[in-house]
Structure formats: structure tokens, C-alpha cells
Design a protein around this ligand. Structure first.
Ligand SMILES: *[C@@H]1O[C@H](CO)[C@@H](O)[C@H](O)[C@H]1NC(C)=O
Length: 453
């Protein structure tokens, strides 16, 4: 009751948490692999075997047995279970073979199967803010004991041995092994919240919103990502499009990383300065020449202002933060700014003809490398166009739609794609490589289906 009261009041005391900008849903396949990798890397089995064969203080040997030693510790079977609200229940089942010489001269063997169980509580480390497992309640359960001792002396001798020796020695030997494995798992979160560069523009950090939560089938880690410019200021995630939840339509045991459209919007905003482009030069792909003559076909006033065909310069300035919009199966980058067109006379500087306010959308294709999400865009649609000012007298801007759409596709989009080549870094945790993962776009979010291979 007391605990429940605390949970309620403590929750009330905490600041209200914002919607996560990104979240990780870690299923059992992923946690199994993380623990298995940690076992291998910590070389815990080798260490356990070495420890087991050392002389243990306070260990009495069996009266009728000499030269006792641990011959073998078999590779353990590890089973994990989620404990809702707590963390992971871990059971390590292993077989230990102890040999010795019997007083009659023969070799004796005792084979014990033990289960080491512990609760790995999932917490948020107070000092670092990182997720952290901490084991508690480590217990040794003797599952079975077999010997080649004559059966009539078996119960007495073995029971005595088990009581005085194994039950005393095993916890001290096995429980630190669980802790060691967890230390390895914990270490693999170390870089999770480190700032990761987005080219020269700035960096992003995956900061935890609080203690990760454990349900009956997964662990959820919520992030409020920090997108920071090189100059130091932070770009806030827009409020709309931030509501994301753990995806439910994936198989049990699977794991996903969910990145909100709001988070992408902030990341694109970080790159906004690269979205201002000056288009110069006469030849642009397969387009008609970038000249006043070509333009005059759409805006006759241009032909009247410039009798002789002059080269053009088109200046695109993105004045509002870009916006990433995600709907199931598709994602678009919405850009809002101005287009100013100049004629460039041979002997004087560029002369401005008109300024248009423009809104347009680019389709975004996403792909993954080992540690980043990459984007390639293509022209989708010119959404809105209006004249802000004109030095060649008023004209009908609608006629420019086709001209500008193809100019954006041929000359602007390649520059944007060049700027996007830096990619957006993905969270670095538990040795995850994203190259083999699959992507899906859902309402307001991109879902990365993590593969454990
Ligand atoms: C010991 O662990 C194994 C493997 O996880 C399990 O099948 C068995 O039921 C456990 N036995 C006891 C007595 O806990």
C-alpha cells in the first residue's frame, strides 16, 4: 500500500512529460541477443570455470573424496522474461561437473545442474541519465544432482556436500557473473546520449524522457531528442505531429525504433540554411535555356522589358522552417519561401525582375545505412505561388507554374539532395547496426524495424 501511495504521489510530483519525439520498443529477440553478446564478450564462462576450479575459502570437501576439482561448466541456457514495471527476470541454467578420487581409489563425479535466477531491474542512472540494469535477489536453485557414488552412500554424503559447500560457494561464484554480464549490457548504452554530428550544421542527442518502461512483452525507451545548431541554440520540436506510440502491428518479440515527423522537421530545420540556392548558368539539364527569352514564353512582360535574351539567375530563399509531413506510406517535405528572378545584363549587375512567394512540396524517400537514416527528395508539387513585387509591372503568376516546377526539379532538388547526403544519425545503443532494418512510414512517424541478425 505504502509503495502504491508513493508511486502515485511521486508520479504527481514529476514534471508532466512531453510526447516522445522518438522511442525504442525492444522485444525479447533483441534483449536475448544483447545478453548473449554480453556473455560472449565478457568471457564470463571462461571466468566462471577458472573461478570454480580455484580453491574456495571455507569449502569443506567430502570426507570420502580427495583431489576435488571442477572439471566442466557447460555453456548455460539463458532464459529471459519481462517483468512488467520492473525489468527482466533472468535465469541462467548450467551444469557443473565436479570430480575427485574416492577413498576406494576410483574416480568419482558429481554433476550438479543449477539455475541462477535474478531480477534485472531497469532504471535510469541518476548520474548519467542512461538506461541501466541492476540485478537483485540473485538465487541459486539446485535442479538436479547425479553422482557415480555407490547409491547407498549417496544421499548422506552428497547432501552434506551440497549443504556445506555448493550452497555456500555457488552464490558467491555465480551471482557476480550475472552482475558482470549486466555491466557489459549497461556499457553498451554508454554512447546513447552523446551528441552526434549532422555534417557541419549541428548535432542531435537522444535524451531519455525518464525511466524506461517494461511491459509484458517489451521495453520502451522514450526520447526527447535535442537538435542543436553548431552555434549552440536548440531547435524545438514542433508540437503537432509529435504524438507517437509504440507500434502494435509487429510480431511479438520484434523491436522497432520510431522517429516522429516532428523530430524530422527539427532535423530538416537544422539544414535549412543549405536550402537557399542560387540557380545560375544557361544550361540546366534538358530544360530550355535559363534565359529571359525562355521566361518570356510564360511571362510576355519579360520579353518586353528585355528585347535581347539575357541569362537568368533564380534565387530561392526558404524563409519558414521546413516541415516533414508523414502519412501512411508517404512522406513530404514542405518548403515555404521566396523566388526572386534576375536578368543578368552583360555589363552591369543582376537586375531583379520580380519576387514570388512560393510554397512547394518534395517527396522524400528514406533509406538506412549502419548508423544513419538517409533521404533523397524529388519534386512533388508547387502548392502556392503569389507575386510579392515586380519591376516589370504586374503579370499572371499562374503561367509560371510549369516553368518553376521543372526548374525546381532539375536545378533545386539536386542541391537539396546534396545537402541531405549527411544523413541523420540514429541512436547508438547495444551495438545496433541499422543497415539490414526495414522502414515503414506511418501516421506522423517513420518506423525502423530492427533486425537482430
Ligand atoms: C531451471 O532452468 C531451466 C531452463 O531455464 C528451466 O526449464 C527449469 O524449469 C528450471 N528449473 C527450476 C527448478 O527452476
Amino acid at each position: 500500500m505504502l509503495r502504491i501511495l508513493c508511486l502515485v504521489s511521486c508520479a504527481l510530483l514529476m514534471p508532466s512529460m512531453a510526447d516522445p519525439g522518438a522511442l525504442l520498443k525492444l522485444g525479447m529477440e533483441f534483449m536475448n541477443k544483447a545478453v548473449k553478446d554480453a556473455m560472449t564478450e565478457s568471457q564470463i564462462l571462461e571466468k566462471m570455470a577458472a573461478m570454480a576450479s580455484q580453491k574456495q575459502a571455507g569449502v569443506k570437501s567430502i570426507k570420502s573424496m580427495t583431489d576435488m576439482k571442477v572439471k566442466e561448466v557447460t555453456p548455460p541456457i539463458i532464459t529471459l522474461d519481462f517483468l512488467p514495471g520492473v525489468g527482466i527476470f533472468q535465469c541462467v541454467s548450467t551444469r557443473i561437473t565436479i570430480t575427485g578420487k574416492s577413498f576406494m581409489g576410483g574416480t568419482m563425479e558429481i554433476i550438479v545442474v543449477v539455475n541462477i535466477t535474478a531480477t534485472n531491474r531497469l532504471q535510469q542512472d541518476e548520474a548519467t541519465g542512461l538506461p541501466m540494469f541492476q540485478s537483485e535477489g540473485c538465487q541459486i536453485v539446485l535442479v538436479s544432482v547425479k553422482t557415480n557414488l555407490p547409491s547407498k552412500m549417496l544421499p548422506k554424503v552428497v547432501n552434506k556436500f551440497l549443504d556445506s559447500t555448493l550452497k555456500k560457494v555457488l552464490p558467491g561464484m555465480m551471482c557476480p557473473a550475472i552482475d558482470t554480464v549486466l555491466e557489459y549490457v549497461n556499457q553498451k548504452w554508454t554512447h546513447l546520449m552523446d551528441p552526434m554530428p549532422v555534417g557541419e550544421a549541428g548535432s542531435i542527442k537522444y535524451i531519455l524522457t525518464g525511466t524506461p518502461t517494461t511491459t509484458a512483452s517489451y521495453i520502451e525507451v522514450d526520447f526527447s531528442p535535442v537538435v542543436q545548431r553548431e552555434e549552440g541554440d536548440t531547435i524545438a520540436l514542433p508540437e503537432d505531429g509529435a504524438a507517437i506510440t509504440a507500434p502494435e502491428d509487429y510480431p511479438d518479440g520484434s523491436s522497432q525504433l520510431v522517429l516522429s515527423a516532428a523530430f524530422f522537421t527539427a532535423e530538416f530545420t537544422l539544414l535549412q540554411k543549405y536550402f537557399d540556392v542560387d540557380i545560375k548558368g544557361k544550361t540546366i539539364g534538358k530544360l530550355p535555356p535559363h534565359t529571359t527569352k525562355t521566361l518570356s514564353r510564360f511571362v510576355p512582360r519579360v520579353g518586353k522589358a528585355y528585347r535581347k535574351s539575357l541569362p537568368l539567375m533564380t534565387q530561392i530563399r526558404i524563409s519558414k522552417p521546413p516541415k516533414d509531413i508523414m502519412k501512411p506510406g508517404k512522406s513530404q517535405l514542405h518548403l515555404h519561401g521566396t523566388i526572386e528572378m534576375f536578368a543578368i545584363p552583360p555589363k552591369s549587375g543582376p537586375s531583379s525582375m520580380f519576387v514570388l512567394e512560393i510554397r512547394f512540396s518534395l517527396d522524400i524517400q528514406y533509406s538506412l545505412s549502419e548508423d544513419k537514416v538517409h533521404m533523397v527528395t524529388s519534386m512533388n508539387k508547387l502548392l502556392d505561388l503569389s507575386v510579392v513585387s515586380s519591376s516589370i509591372r504586374p503579370f499572371k503568376e499562374k503561367k509560371l507554374k510549369i516553368f518553376l516546377t521543372s526548374l525546381l526539379q532539375e536545378a533545386y532538388v539536386p542541391v537539396i539532395n546534396g545537402a541531405l547526403e549527411v544523413g541523420f544519425p540514429l541512436p547508438d545503443f547495444l551495438g545496433t547496426k541499422y543497415g539490414q532494418s526495414e522502414l515503414a512510414i506511418v501516421e506522423n512517424a517513420l518506423v525502423v524495424d530492427l533486425r537482430t541478425s
